[in-house]
Design a protein around this ligand. Structure first.
Ligand code: SF4
Length: 298
């Protein structure tokens, strides 16, 4: 098929096993780098038992500082069938996962949709995306996704182009978030503190990015009043960050406090704030094949 599944609209020929010319270079069938319980998401996602996280390889964005570059850009992972993807759902469910957390699902939307039609787990399904999603695709998942965990990386087209190679990102993500909010207008959290339904919007503070961070917060506050906002401070220079001098460091205490104080002084309460001490490469999951091949049951 000619693929226009994400806003890149490559129109590239994409088969179950090949995609030579599309931006993401991923075949139609899923490539998965890791499937495991994960404890470093927001508390309402990780819970006590961990989030059943499936990390998909490849990406339709091109962030120079990508914290998951091994899988997003270097494309490490295992090619699996749709049925094997449902096996991963079942395995994670059996392990007691609080939810099935689909990390970077955008370019595998077709395969995920087929898998969910074959087997819909009884725990919440989380769409954990960089936010570069078309409204059309999100609408196809209406009724299948319980929690949207979406990035809002930039509202500045200039920064989106410079750091992620997607100048249209701000327009795309605003429309995508409005669609997620239409589907999930309220956040439902159960007695164990687990989100069963809702929208969480994440923003990672970049070095020299305080203005952007505050703009993103303001936009969520004004447009997605019942959603949750998650301010992330775990940025570490990684992948090709050194191409830009300003990205080649962690955020400073001053930058962190400026954003946090701004958020705390607002009347918007649905906020998660990450500690600055989370900015450490040890928080990046291990995507090495040795650690993960068993989980994908080749
Ligand atoms: S999913 Fe991949 S091939 Fe399809 S439009 Fe997006 S980047 Fe291009």
């Amino acid at each position: 098929m000619k693929c226009n599944a994400c806003p890149r609209q490559c129109n590239a020929e994409r088969t179950e096993t090949e995609n030579k010319h599309g931006f993401c270079q991923m075949p139609l069938l899923p490539r998965v780098a890791r499937s495991a319980l994960h404890f470093w998401e927001e508390p309402c996602i990780s819970g006590k038992n961990g989030s059943g996280t499936i990390f998909f390889s490849g990406c339709s964005l091109g962030c120079v500082y990508c914290q998951n570059a091994e899988i997003s850009h270097r494309k490490a992972g295992f090619d699996i069938s749709i049925h094997q993807l449902t096996d991963l759902f079942r395995d994670l469910e059996k392990q007691g996962a609080e939810n099935i957390n689909l990390v970077n699902p955008t370019h595998f939307s077709w395969a995920i949709s087929e898998a969910l039609k074959e087997y819909k787990p009884k725990i919440p399904i989380v769409w954990n995306s960089g936010g570069y999603d078309s409204v059309e695709i999100l609408k196809q998942f209406d009724g299948f996704i319980d929690v949207f965990l979406m990035d809002l990386k930039y509202l500045s087209a200039e920064r989106a182009k410079k750091y992620s190679g997607a100048g249209d990102y701000p327009d795309v993500v605003k429309k995508a978030l409005m669609e997620c909010y239409r589907q999930k207008p309220v956040c439902v959290i159960d007695d164990n503190g687990i989100m069963k339904s809702g929208l969480i919007v994440r923003h990672l503070i970049l070095p020299q990015g305080t203005k952007e961070a505050m703009n993103c917060f303001e936009w969520v506050k004004n447009n997605l009043r019942n959603a949750c906002f998650s301010m992330m401070s775990q940025y570490v220079p990684y992948y090709q960050a050194e191409r830009f001098a300003e990205l080649n460091r962690k955020i400073t205490k001053r930058e962190y406090e400026k954003v946090i104080n701004y958020i705390l002084s607002s009347d918007f309460d649905n906020v998660f704030l990450q500690e600055r001490s989370s900015a450490d490469q040890s928080f990046i999951p291990d995507f090495s094949a040795e650690k993960n091949k068993i989980l994908c049951k080749q």
